[in-house]
Design a protein around this ligand. Sequence first.
Ligand code: LLP
Length: 418
Amino acid sequence: MTGFRRRDGELYADGVPLARIAAEVGTPCYVYVRSTIEGNWRQMSAAFGEYPHLICYSVKANSNLAVLSTLARLGSGFDIVSEGELERVLRAGGDPAKVVFSGVGKSRREITRALEVGIRCFDIESASELKRINALAARAGVVAPVSVRVNPDIDADTHPYIATGLRDSKFGIPLEQAIAAYRAAADMQNVSIFGVAAHIGSQITDMLPFTDALDRLLRLVEDLEEQRIPIEHVDIGGGLGIRYRDEQVPGAARYVAALIEGMRARGFDLPLLIEPGRAIVGNAGIMLTTVEYVKSNGDKNFAVVDAGMNDFVRPALYGAWHDIVPLLSDSVGQTRRYDVVGPVCESGDVLGKDRDLNVVEGDVLAIRNTGAYGWVLSSNYNSRPRPPEVMVDDDEFYLVRHRETIDELCAAESVLPE
Ligand code: LLP
């Protein structure tokens, strides 16, 4: 499912030609499609059927208020990692009772605010954090709901692409220390144990790591039950991958079915929480960029575009591959092999290497599947204002973040007194 389609050779976002957005808003700019975001969420939700669950969209993937409010209206929960993300969820109309708070470094201020608004659960990642939450909850006169985020140590040999669920990563509490953490929590006055949680990594294209991790969590739940520590939900985190190039991905239905199957296989019917980010918004966004210059060094052709690594960093940061296509399929030029590069003064500022494109200067290109970890990772490097964001809703489009101005760029700074 994707809301980006060609009609008579021209690329549209739902009912809106992308060329119109490029002309009215300018480039570079991000474009999201509301129906795709909703469709992705609904597909995942429907896959659960009657099984008790909560989808906690991972705000870090795309935190634009229009995206969050779209999901809040569907009844989504949210996975947050900072006070800023919490405030965004609240401003977008999200229900704090459906918010889970992950992250290894929650500050006192962040915890206090989350207690104040009454979130569903803190996923604690260390014994010290547990103590801090207990103390702050006591001060506020409340009881904090907690889960322990365990590090399930999914075998690197089997799943080398997984970073966060490995023993030596900074995330979570090792499985063998989890029971002690739960016991400590059970003895505290101002925390109540709610669940178990894990998050094993991102852009995972195979079900096995998820079902392995779930199985390890459920064994822990069994051990806890033996010790009379009841668990009320199982949170398996996010991580379901999407197709960027030719990856074979399980898809929402298979993913959810395998999780439910994993629960039932061990005789559980506890509510399942998932924290998808990329799988909800990844294919719902593209970035538009204009070819400023075309040049050749004799061996290589370069298409210099107006978006750089500050606007979209995944290719430079992770070597990620994103499809790059012209908005019009009948450009007057010739197909040549290009490196598509940005204006930033870094050799790493490459958006796509060795792309066969038929482009001339002035053409607009779409960089696909940039709805997740796109704008949120943008920066002002080279003092470049961050790009605008547009949401397409059927035949309409809305500017949901304007292009940063030079005044905004400098607004937080000051010169020294004379
Ligand atoms: N839950 C937790 C605790 C997480 O740390 C993450 C992502 C998610 C959920 C959502 O994962 P997703 O469903 O989106 O895979 N910047 C990288 C991805 C970093 C993911 C960090 N954690 C990228 O552009 O590929």
